[in-house]
Ligand binder design. Structure first.
Ligand SMILES: [Zn+2]
Length: 144
């Protein structure tokens, strides 16, 4: 059985809009507006994306101010002192050199001194895991 398509001719106003849209200025104008909007959004959220590491940027290191490829990292160091603890956080876009230095220093100090405390012995595994995962994610980074 043949399929019969019921094609209705476009109504007069629809035809008029379609005509204006296709050979008028509507499409270029819509294109322009959407490009400007996309540009504004990109500018507005650019730093957020860079800060979170979604956009790679040749920048300056947050710690040593050296111009080099940088990556967002957050390293924790914990020293357990039985009833209290001393902790330190390094956060920001760092170069590979600073990432290496801070990772080894903070992770080793946490590994050897982090456990001796009430809260410390709970937090230390998480701090170590965070440091190691963050460090692994930066392994492919170029030094310069
Ligand atoms: Zn650096």
């Amino acid at each position: 059985m043949p399929v019969r398509l019921n094609v209705r001719p476009m109504s007069q106003p629809a035809l008029f809009i379609w005509k204006v849209a296709t050979d008028g200025l509507v499409f270029p104008v819509i294109l322009l507006i959407s490009m400007v909007t996309a540009f504004i959004i990109a500018m507005r959220y650019h730093h957020f994306l860079i800060g979170k590491g979604f956009v790679k940027q040749q920048g300056t290191c947050y710690l040593c101010s050296r111009p080099a490829p940088t990556e967002y990292v957050k390293f924790y160091q914990n020293i357990g002192l039985l009833w209290m603890r001393r902790y330190q956080i390094v956060e920001g876009r760092l170069c590979k050199q600073c990432i290496n230095g801070n990772f080894w220093k903070m992770t080793l100090i946490t590994f050897f001194l982090g456990w001796y405390g009430v809260i410390s012995c709970i937090l230390t595994p998480f701090y170590l895991l965070n440091n190691i995962v963050r460090f692994i994610l930066t392994i492919g980074m170029k030094k310069k």
